[in-house]
Structure formats: structure tokens, C-alpha cells
Write a protein that binds this ligand. Structure first.
Ligand code: PMP
Length: 525
């Protein structure tokens, strides 16, 4: 048994062994990973998993490695916390520039750096909640001032209660208003106290994936990941991507009002004020772990309009879809969707650094956020400098990398679409954008082969095929995190025609095996 299985991940280690995925990689370059056979010979594997989408420039890109080396050779200050972090500053400025260009937003973006995708999501969630709480406090102060003004005016005989004032349902709910202004205002205050205590709501899309930390896992749709921990976190409603009309219903369902007092022509009246009940709406422009589903322009527009209408923040999670993966720095810019927040990670680290960023429009930035949110390793100069290098490489030659992703993606999609046409009985769908692609396999629940039926039953078909492709074809592919029948294909921008043809041959043989249910080949390679 490997030490990994014995001391780190016993369950995963056993699954790897069962599927034939129990290999340890020792070296990597471009789209190739190497492991060793029993004789110690290096075996190359074509890596189409691409570090869960974190390798838009491939493994150990020479320019990024050279940059890392130069930082180490120069003994650069890496952990100089509580100082003006030069590299973080340069990276923040570069990210702001790129995002402004792609979104045509005039104002700059401020960056909060972190160490993982989930951390960026949580920073955005915390920031949006801080903004909401500040709004609630300002609203409550305003209402308290109005209430006192009304009480004084009535006591001084300058105003009277409007005869209809006690008939508002929200006021009536707190009992009959027999005792004049004091009774009325007590009912108003009781209503407001209850309303202010409403737990904030977050919206996310069905099939979403936003991370697995205590906060972010609440926003991740897959109940296998979320359910055991749901009592630990925020209130979330999941919205089906293809039913934007439900948004209006949610706005009605979730509407909470505060009662305010106004004096109009000597009459004290009670008016309703909308309470900010929804902290934020989180969306992935292209859902990754949920099975590679791209948001359409129309769906994006409906979400943006909804956020504007209810005054909630739109957090666009580009942790996986950004950094060129879909053919632009932000996949959301391809459908004209603008966010209030962006989260970035994965390829931002160039395959060497662990880094994430949460960007927020400067006018929304809540000044004290950076005083109350921090992490020891965030903003370290090594990761920030590598990420800056990555941004420069993406932006070089007027965005040549983005064009390359689009061109390579089209070529790869063309090949996969050919296969789908040849094997419609096996491949149900080919979808995605740029080099963020998914191949959805048909359900095998009706297969004659017990192996295939069993894998359909346990949702493990994609994993079974991954083991086969690795052992038999030397190709590394994995299903998406929450959809076991969708193979994710996320190579680097340097994917060659030969690599595409290699994949064609391998998938062609695989489809043939599935068509003829020749499953002995799958389990005894
Ligand atoms: N958001 C999205 C869209 C992701 O795809 C992921 C990771 N798959 C995350 C957040 C979480 O990132 P990390 O695994 O680095 O915490």
C-alpha cells in the first residue's frame, strides 16, 4: 500500500487502486505527465485534466519556471507581511486593467488575494455581506431618526396619527394599536427588529460549484459535498439556469420590508422600505464541476437585471473559466455579463503558485474590509509575481493566447463533434467553450453488460473509463466533480494536432468498446 493511501487519503487511495488510477507522477512538461513502471522507466501520459483546469500554459512552462527561478535566485522577500506588498500591488493593477478592458467598466477594481478558489469565493461572500450589513445599519439609523421625529411631533401636538395607520398588516400583526403613538411605534419597532434578524440569503445556480470550505460549500449544489455541513452556514437558494422566470418569484418570496415613519401634512404615516435580504447571487459563466454548462447571453442578462432590481451583488466565479480558459480573460465577457465581483484562481498561479483573487468594483469597496480580512500566506510576493507573469503572458501580442485557446478549442471541439456524429448511441453531448470542454456519455442503465449497468447505478462510468484510458491509452481524463458521466477535457493552450488525433483514436476505440459492450477490455486492460 502506498504511503499516500496509508497516511493521507485511505478512501481515495483504495478507489484509485480499484480503477487502475493508482499511479504517482514524477515529472511533467506541457501536456505530458510521467510516471514510472516497475523497471523505473518513465511512462508518458497525455494529461487532459490539466490540473483541474489550472494549467492553461501547461505543466512547468519554461518561461514561468525561469521567472520562478529568478525570484528564488534573487532571494526576493516573500513573506514580508504588514508592509507595502509591491508584487501584490503590481498584480492588482494588472488585473484591474484587464478586467476593465474586457468589461468596458470605467472604474478600477480592487483585489483581495487568497490562496485557493474557495477562499476567493468566501472573501467575496464576506465582502458582500459586509456591504449588506452596512446598508441595514444605515437604514435602521434613518428609520430610528424618523421614528423619534414622529414621536416628538405628536407629543408637541404638531402632528396626529393618520387614521389608517394601524391597518397595515405588518403593524396589525403586532396587536391592536390602542395606545396612540407609543403603541404604534412599539409595533413598528417589533416588526423591524424581527425583519432585521432575518438571516441573509444567497442565490446560486443549480449544478453550481463554488468550493468546499465551510462557507463556500453551502453554495455548491452537489448535496454529497454540502449536506453534511449545511447546518454550519448561510441560507442558499439554488435557481435552475434555464428558468430565469423563477427569479421574479424568488424576489417576491424573499421580500422583507422594514416599516418607516413619515410625517405628511401633519399626519404620521407608516411606509414600507425594502430590506436588503439577499446578499449576493453567485454564478459561474461556464459551470465546470457541475458538468460543463455555459450560461447563455439571455440567461446572463436575466440574472444581471434581477440583481439590479433587488439591489443584490452579482459575484461571477471565474475560478475555473477565467484566465483564458474560454478564449478571453473572463468567460463572462464573452456573453456581455458584468459582475460586481469576480473570483479568479487556478491558471492564475501558472501551475506553480497557489493564488486566488477576489476583485470588486472600487465604488462598492467597503473601506474597512482589508482591516478585518486577511490570511498569512495571501499576497506573498512569490505567488503574486508568478501570477503577474501569467497575466502578462495572456495579454502578450494583443491577446495571442486567447486567440490560440479559441482556435485550439474549435479544433478539439470539431474532433469531438465528429465522434459524437459517429457514436450518437454513446456520446450524448459535446459542450463547453474554448478549452473548457465536456463530453457527456449516455446513461448505460439499460446496457446488457453488468459492468456498465453497475457503473450507471453508482454514477461511476466516467471513473471506470478514466482508469481504462490511462492504462490502455496513456491518456489522463477525469469526469467533472459532480457529474460522473461527463468527461472534462481541459488541456493547455499548446495542445497540438497530434495530441488531438491521439485523443480521437483513443475515444474512437473506447466508443467501440462501449457500443459492443466489450467490457472485458475495460476491466482487464
Ligand atoms: N469555484 C469554481 C468555479 C471552481 O471550479 C472551483 C474548483 N474546482 C472552486 C471555486 C474552488 O477552488 P479551490 O478548489 O481552489 O478551492
Amino acid at each position: 500500500m502506498s504511503q499516500f493511501t496509508a497516511f493521507v487519503q485511505p478512501e481515495m487511495g483504495r478507489i484509485f487502486a480499484a480503477l487502475g488510477l493508482d499511479v504517482a507522477y514524477v515529472r511533467a512538461e506541457g501536456n505530458t505527465l510521467y510516471h514510472r513502471d516497475e523497471q523505473g522507466t518513465e511512462i508518458p501520459v497525455l494529461d487532459l485534466m490539466g490540473g483541474y483546469g489550472s494549467l492553461i500554459f501547461g505543466h512547468n512552462h519554461p518561461e514561468i519556471v525561469a521567472h520562478a527561478r529568478s525570484l528564488l535566485d534573487a532571494n526576493r522577500a516573500v513573506h514580508a507581511q504588514f508592509s507595502l506588498r509591491g508584487e501584490a500591488g503590481r498584480l492588482g493593477a494588472a488585473l484591474s486593467e484587464v478586467v476593465r478592458r474586457e468589461t468596458s467598466v470605467k472604474e478600477p477594481y480592487l483585489a483581495t488575494f487568497g490562496n485557493s478558489g474557495a477562499e476567493a469565493v468566501e472573501a467575496a461572500v464576506k465582502h458582500a455581506e459586509l456591504v449588506r450589513v452596512r446598508k441595514v445599519m444605515a437604514l435602521a439609523d434613518e428609520i430610528a431618526a424618523h421614528t423619534e421625529a414622529a414621536r416628538d411631533a405628536v407629543r408637541r401636538g404638531e402632528a396626529r396619527l393618520d387614521p389608517d395607520v394601524g391597518r397595515l398588516p405588518a403593524v396589525l400583526a403586532h396587536g391592536p394599536q390602542a395606545d396612540g403613538i407609543d403603541g404604534l411605534l412599539a409595533a413598528v419597532e417589533a416588526h423591524n427588529a424581527a425583519a432585521i434578524g432575518t438571516r441573509p440569503l444567497f442565490l446560486a445556480l443549480e449544478r453550481s460549484f463554488h468550493g468546499k470550505l465551510v462557507g463556500s460549500v453551502q453554495l455548491t449544489y452537489n448535496s454529497g459535498f454540502r449536506a453534511p455541513f449545511q447546518n454550519l452556514g448561510a441560507r442558499v437558494r439554488f435557481v435552475p439556469m434555464d428558468r430565469p422566470e423563477l427569479l421574479d418569484r424568488i424576489a417576491d418570496d424573499e421580500r422583507v420590508v422594514l416599516l418607516d415613519t413619515e410625517i405628511d401634512q401633519g399626519r404620521v404615516r407608516i411606509v414600507e422600505r425594502d430590506f436588503p435580504a439577499i446578499t449576493a447571487f453567485l454564478v459561474e459563466p461556464v459551470q465546470g464541476e457541475g458538468g460543463i454548462h455555459a450560461l447563455t447571453t439571455e440567461q446572463g442578462r436575466a440574472i444581471r437585471l434581477f440583481c439590479n432590481k433587488v439591489g443584490t451583488a452579482l459575484i461571477i466565479d471565474e475560478v475555473q473559466s477565467g484566465m483564458g480558459r474560454c478564449g478571453a480573460f473572463l468567460a463572462s465577457s464573452l456573453i456581455g455579463l458584468r459582475g460586481d465581483y469576480y473570483t479568479l484562481s487556478k491558471s492564475l498561479g501558472g501551475g506553480l503558485a497557489k493564488i486566488s483573487a477576489m476583485l470588486v468594483r472600487r465604488s462598492l469597496y467597503e473601506g474597512e474590509f482589508d482591516l478585518i480580512h486577511s490570511s498569512t500566506f495571501a499576497m506573498d510576493d512569490f505567488s503574486s509575481s508568478i501570477a503577474h507573469k501569467v497575466v502578462e503572458m495572456l495579454e502578450a501580442d494583443d491577446g495571442q493566447a486567447y486567440r490560440q485557446v479559441t482556435e485550439r478549442g474549435a479544433r478539439l471541439t470539431g474532433m469531438l463533434t465528429d465522434l459524437r456524429a459517429a457514436y450518437p448511441d454513446i456520446i450524448e453531448d459535446v459542450r463547453g467553450k474554448g478549452l473548457f470542454l465536456g463530453v457527456q456519455l449516455r446513461d448505460q442503465a439499460q446496457a446488457r453488460s453488468m459492468v456498465l449497468r453497475g457503473s450507471a447505478y453508482t454514477g461511476s462510468l466516467g471513473y471506470l473509463l478514466s482508469g481504462y484510458l490511462l492504462r490502455q491509452e496513456g491518456i489522463r481524463i477525469a469526469p467533472t466533480g459532480s457529474a460522473g458521466n461527463v468527461l472534462r477535457i481541459q488541456p493547455s493552450a499548446y495542445l497540438t494536432d497530434e495530441e488531438i488525433e491521439r485523443l480521437r483514436g483513443a475515444l474512437d476505440r473506447l466508443c467501440r468498446i462501449l457500443r459492443y459492450e466489450d467490457t472485458l477490455h475495460l476491466v482487464h486492460p
